[in-house]
Design a protein around this ligand. Structure first.
Ligand SMILES: *[C@@H]1O[C@H](CO)[C@@H](O)[C@H](O)[C@H]1NC(C)=O
Ligand SMILES: *[C@@H]1O[C@H](CO)[C@@H](O)[C@H](O)[C@H]1NC(C)=O
Length: 505
């Protein structure tokens, strides 16, 4: 249900008084039947714009970037999953491989930012691929260029990449990016050309033959209707179904909000569920017809576009949106996500090195990063977790994680941002009912900052902080977790505006 905030403030204020005294009750065992999963321990993946990836992989001294390595490890160590790193996007799709180029990229992302194909063509040389050596244990979703339909360029790029990315490290080959923006786009033209390139790649690399290795579609955010999964299979992919590893779409929550009200609107739980519901038929189709083919959101960010206040793009508010988005995605059966990193002050989760171009960019962990250890802890270890949505309101959402049918964890996200100043933050009471008989206490951890929704600093999850100073390793700086006793299977929990909590049962 949606409220019209513009109407009848008198009526609204009296309702608020009522609402404050009436806590929301959640029956926590209600979701166990509908729970989706088991959730892949590799669910929380990362994505990197092509040129940016080099700067995420190396530090200023040309050594493997330990800061980036540790931040990724800190997330996947929590689930025991393999880090899945997608390297690709628009800049790489239009790029050229130049075997004679000494520099890894024609202009580093730290100096030029991401490459906009209309302005400049990214060129990469053989040394670019050294970056793929710097994340031991990770697997790659390796994009190769496609839009120009220059098969020689694609094959040279693929060969240079596969020299470094060995069989163990190659998760998928993605051919092209957001094809619905190509000048030559039609579903048929795209699918025919895609399979022609996939076949040519397989002929050059016979070890790929007969393997599920290709990632297809990668349709742009907000354009899923341009090519449904069912249509893609019916029209073409069914002819080569054993070569398809996963189907991907891209997802950005909104355009950069212009003001605080716009930020609040852009992160509403009901907006996230509405947008994600556009993928439910695609997921259902794959589960019914192609059990072994994954469904992923391979390029994800909170908001796109230029300008805007940085705090509207990367703050406590967007970090808690990222939690709600991921938990809802897993509750409808999305297999994995890759959160996009671009070297440019904006939505990325961390800046890996100093920049000569972006004046405010020094190495740092951005607020959005904090969603990832939270989401990973919610998934937990062991690969047995099933997830269900147990509360779905406009600004309040809760999810339950079950292991072997038994409630293991609950996450609650309060997407009511409160005042922009961060003052006078209200709490919402939630009654958790129908906890199992044996449960005597729960431990509550929070993701929060004393500065409120627009916080850029002093953000902690479980009292932990990640920073460049700590080299991306977690450091205990606060003690705000607590244990709450349970009586009669029922407990009341308070959650502050613009925060998220996780309860360990
Ligand atoms: C797709 O199918 C055709 C026809 O069987 C085959 O020649 C081609 O090698 C296949 N390509 C891939 C990538 O599997
Ligand atoms: C990054 O820039 C800051 C501010 O100019 C400087 O203090 C720091 O030494 C630089 N770091 C590296 C690794 O060059």
């Amino acid at each position: 249900m949606r409220y019209d905030l513009g109407k009848s403030s008198i009526l609204l204020s009296s309702l608020i008084v009522l609402a404050a005294s009436k806590a929301t009750t959640i029956n926590v065992s209600s979701g166990s039947k509908d729970a989706k999963g088991p959730v892949d321990p590799s669910f929380p993946g990362f994505a990197f714009e092509q040129a940016s990836f080099y700067d995420y992989a190396f530090d200023e001294c040309g050594k493997p970037n330990a800061f980036s390595q540790n931040l990724i490890k800190s997330v996947l160590d929590r689930t025991g999953g393999t880090p899945l790193l997608r390297v690709g996007g628009t800049s790489g799709d239009h790029a050229q491989y130049n075997a004679d180029q000494k520099e890894p990229v024609s202009c580093r992302a730290t100096a030029c930012g991401p490459f906009i194909p209309q302005d400049k063509t990214l060129k990469i040389g053989p040394s670019y691929f050294e970056a793929f050596k710097n994340f031991p244990g990770a697997k790659y979703e390796f994009m190769v260029p496609f839009d120009r339909k220059d098969l020689d360029n694609t094959l040279a790029w693929t060969a240079a990449g596969l020299k470094v990315i060995d069989k163990e490290a190659l998760y998928a080959i993605e051919i092209g990016n957001e094809p619905n923006f190509y000048s030559w786009w039609s579903p048929k033209a795209y699918l025919d050309k895609f399979m022609e390139f996939a076949t040519a790649i397989t002929e050059k690399h016979p070890s790929l033959a007969g393997k599920r290795i290709f990632q297809s579609l990668d349709v742009a955010s907000g354009s899923a209707e341009k090519l449904s999964t069912e249509k893609a299979f019916a029209d073409k992919l069914n002819q080569n179904v054993s070569s398809i590893k996963q189907i991907a779409y891209h997802y950005y929550q909104s355009l950069a909000p212009e003001n605080y009200e716009g930020l609040q609107k852009s992160i509403l739980h009901t907006d996230t569920t509405r947008r994600l519901s556009g993928f439910e038929d695609d997921i259902k189709y794959l589960r019914q017809h192609h059990q072994d083919i994954g469904f992923v959101l391979s390029e994800v960010g909170d908001n796109l576009g230029k300008g805007g206040n940085l705090a509207f793009r990367n703050s406590l508010a967007t970090a808690i949106w990222a939690i709600d988005f991921q938990l809802h995605a897993m509750s409808i059966g999305v297999d994995r996500v890759n959160f996009q990193q671009i070297y440019k002050p904006g939505f990325c989760m961390w800046e890996p090195v100093n920049s000569t171009h972006w004046d405010i960019a020094t190495p740092m962990v951005r607020p959005n990063y904090y969603s990832q250890p939270f989401v990973a802890d919610f998934i937990g270890k062991g690969g047995r977790t099933k997830v269900a949505s147990i509360l779905s309101e406009e600004k309040l959402a809760a999810y339950a994680a079950y292991e072997d049918g038994k409630l293991a964890r609950i996450a609650i996200v309060n997407l009511n941002l409160g005042k922009a100043s961060g003052e006078d933050r209200k709490k919402t009471d939630i009654v958790l009912d129908d906890l199992a008989k044996g449960v005597e206490s729960v431990t509550v951890h929070q993701l929060n900052s004393p500065h409120g929704s627009l916080a850029q600093t002093d953000i902690t999850y479980k009292g932990l902080e990640w920073s460049f100073e700590s080299k991306g390793l977690q450091k205990q700086v606060r003690d705000d977790s607590k244990t709450v006793n349970i009586k009669g299977g029922k407990v009341t929990i308070s959650i502050e505006e613009a925060s998220a909590i996780i309860l360990e049962v």
